[in-house]
Each structure stands twice: as structure tokens, then as C-alpha cells.
Design a protein around this ligand. Structure first.
Ligand code: ADP
Ligand code: MG
Length: 349
């Protein structure tokens, strides 16, 4: 039995279908991310799981129980949203105690559980503070403690780290992942940040325009995207359109310019397709080396740890590579670009 199961869940607003019928199974202790651009339907889907929105069609099961018509408070869910306002007049302690108070727990129980929840998010000792005396990261951790204090079966997070700056966000991401693993709480996280999705999730659900594009592990979505949208949304992609050809048990894609490029064998695809190679899998050589595509360096962008090299072939194909070596390439330089066939996959046209 899955922790969460969606069967044909959809949502329309005034005749406008913003979430197309969606099936999804989330297993116990998983952290599944809903990943997609702004407006792709992530929050709408999460709100239906939370019970804050009623689906236009379909059913939602939690631990095998049909909760489609069960109100939010009876679904045993913890929730944290972006800019989730704490009660500003209340102390940290009282904010975290709130879900327990409305469940009418006794004072001793509340004291114990709040203390433990604050320890979990490393805020022990700050129980007397008010919101104005906390940093952004601390406020988000209070919201997390409040969502976890009543030991929900499921945690729903809608861009909970969106308001934090990059460094703090990365810190809280690590804490969140550790906490989620320690507690084993089944979690659905909404984000538009692909790095956040890849680094935190057991699986990602990639959404575009209200439609699921792919459900896969982070590695699966990055290495084997099912379509062009996923390839481009997750990471930087070199995508070259051509015709699939098979020769001597090897698979190639033939570009309109006549160039034939080797790729990982694919038994399913034929005809028109894209070849996908990630920038870090490209090797940029001096011109005289024999293999690969001829190209000219058009731009070199220094990024500290890596350098991004933009190139163009004579036929006008753009190429972007990420290099880590110290060897400097210069604009206008003639180079050859190559890759291992196993790092080049076919993506349906
Ligand atoms: N209450 C609503 N009424 C009408 N349209 C809505 C409502 N809520 C969301 N939408 C629309 O549904 C689409 C998906 O929104 P949302 O789920 O918030 O996207 P995301 O969270 O991925 O940014 C958007 O086009 C949005 O404008
Ligand atoms: Mg949203």
C-alpha cells in the first residue's frame, strides 16, 4: 500500500484545466518533489492532496484510505508554505504548541513535544522569542517544527525555502533532508528549483502546463529525460535534432548538416529525435586531435569552480561545455568536441 496515491486527479478553474488527470504513487518515507516552472500546477496539485482544494475529477488515497472528501484537519498532514506566516504575537513555543493546543493535549504532553520538536530543528533555547527576533532561516525552522510537532504521517512543503537567500537555503535544505530521513516522514515538496529537487528527492515529478512530463529518480530524469522539456528544464542541455540510424550494432543520429554522431543504443526510438549531451560530458580538444565535431569557441565564461565554453560549428550548431581543467580556451579558437557514446542519449523529437 502506498503512503499517498493519486488516481486521475485533475483541477479546472472556470473551464480551464490547470492540472490534467494525474496518477502518482508515493511510497512510505519517500521525498517526492513536484518540479516545474511557475504556473505549471504544482501548488494546485499539492493543495488537492492537502484538502485545501477539491479535485474536479479523481481520487486521493492516504495509507489506503480514500480522503478525497475528507477535510484538511482530518488528513493528519503537516504543511509548510512559502512565506508561511507565524503568529507574530506568539512566542516560538506557542507557535509550535498551537497544533497540539487545538488537539486539546495536556500541558505536560505539550511541553514535552514542543521541546522535542524545537530540538529537532535546532531551535532549543529560543522558545521565548517572537518572530521579529528570528532570522528568516529560523522562522522557516519554526514553521517546520510546527508542521512536525503532532507527528503527521505526511509532510507537504510548498516552496518552503523560496524566501531564503542562496547560502541559507542550502543550509536549511541539508537540515531538511537529514530530518526527513531521520523521521522517515513521507514528504511531498514543491519547488521550481531543479538543483533543490535533484539534491533532496528520492523521485521527481516534472510538471509543465498542468501535465506530468516524467516521474523518475533524480539521476533518471537528468540522464534519461523522456522529452525535450525535461531535458531542458533539468540542467543545461545540448540538444541536436536529427535522424536516428543504426549501423553495426551502434546507434547514431544524423544531423541535417550530414554529421553523424554516436550515442547510447536505444531500442525504442527511430526516425526523428534529439541527441542530448550534458555540458560536463563534453571534452574540448585542440583542433589537431582526430575525433569529434569541429567547432569554434564563441564565448568563455569563468565560473570559479568550472568554466563554461560556448562554441559553434560551421553548420551553425551551438554547443556548450563545462570544463574544470585550468587550460584556458580563447574566443575564436578552433577546437574539436567529443563525448563517450554512453553519455549521449536520444530524446524523442
Ligand atoms: N484559484 C484559482 N483560480 C483560477 N486560476 C488559478 C487559481 N489558482 C491557480 N490558478 C491557475 O492555475 C495555474 C497553476 O497554478 P499553480 O498551481 O499555482 O502553479 P505553480 O504552483 O506551479 O506556480 C496557473 O495558471 C494559475 O494562474
Ligand atoms: Mg506555486
Amino acid at each position: 500500500m502506498s503512503a499517498i496515491q493519486l488516481k486521475g486527479i485533475s483541477k479546472a478553474f472556470g473551464g480551464n484545466l490547470v492540472v490534467h488527470p494525474t496518477d502518482l504513487q508515493v511510497e512510505s518515507s519517500e521525498l517526492v518533489t513536484l518540479l516545474g516552472p511557475s504556473g505549471s500546477g504544482k501548488s494546485t496539485l499539492l493543495s488537492m492532496i492537502a484538502g485545501l482544494l477539491t479535485p474536479t475529477s479523481g481520487q486521493i488515497f492516504i495509507e489506503g484510505r480514500d480522503v478525497t472528501n475528507v477535510p484538511p484537519a482530518k488528513r493528519n498532514l503537516g504543511m509548510v508554505f512559502q512565506n508561511y506566516a507565524l503568529f507574530p504575537h506568539m512566542t516560538v513555543f506557542d507557535n509550535v504548541a498551537f497544533p497540539l493546543s487545538i488537539r486539546k493535549l495536556g500541558k505536560k504532553d505539550i511541553d514535552y513535544k514542543v521541546k522535542r520538536a524545537l530540538e529537532m530543528v535546532r531551535l532549543d533555547g529560543l522558545g521565548d522569542r517572537k518572530q521579529s527576533q528570528l532570522s528568516g532561516g529560523q522562522q522557516q525552522r519554526v514553521a517546520l517544527a510546527r508542521a512536525l510537532v503532532f507527528e503527521p504521517e505526511i509532510l507537504l512543503l510548498d516552496e518552503p525555502l523560496g524566501a531564503l537567500d542562496k547560502k541559507l537555503r542550502e543550509e536549511v535544505q541539508l537540515e531538511l533532508r537529514q530530518l526527513q530521513r531521520d523521521l522517515g516522514v513521507t514528504t511531498i515538496l514543491v519547488t521550481h528549483d531543479q538543483e533543490e529537487a535533484l539534491s533532496l528527492s528520492t523521485r521527481v515529478v516534472v510538471l509543465n502546463a498542468g501535465q506530468v512530463q516524467q516521474i523518475a529518480t533524480p539521476e533518471g530524469a537528468y540522464r534519461d529525460p523522456e522529452n525535450k522539456f525535461v531535458a531542458e528544464f533539468i540542467g543545461i542541455a545540448n540538444l541536436w535534432h536529427g535522424k536516428v540510424t543504426e549501423e553495426n550494432d551502434s546507434t547514431y543520429i544524423k544531423l541535417p548538416c550530414g554529421e553523424r554522431l554516436m550515442c547510447r543504443p536505444n531500442k525504442v526510438l527511430s526516425g526523428e529525435a534529439h541527441l542530448l549531451v550534458r555540458p560536463e560530458h563534453l571534452e574540448v580538444h585542440e583542433q589537431k586531435e582526430a575525433k569529434g565535431l569541429n567547432a569554434t569557441v564563441t564565448e568563455v565564461v569563468y565560473l570559479g569552480q568550472t568554466t563554461r565554453v560556448h562554441m559553434r560549428t560551421e553548420a551553425g550548431l551551438s554547443i556548450v561545455a563545462t570544463t574544470t581543467g585550468g587550460r584556458l580556451l580563447v574566443e575564436g579558437q578552433a577546437v574539436r568536441v567529443s563525448w563517450k557514446p554512453e553519455n549521449a542519449c536520444l530524446v524523442p523529437a
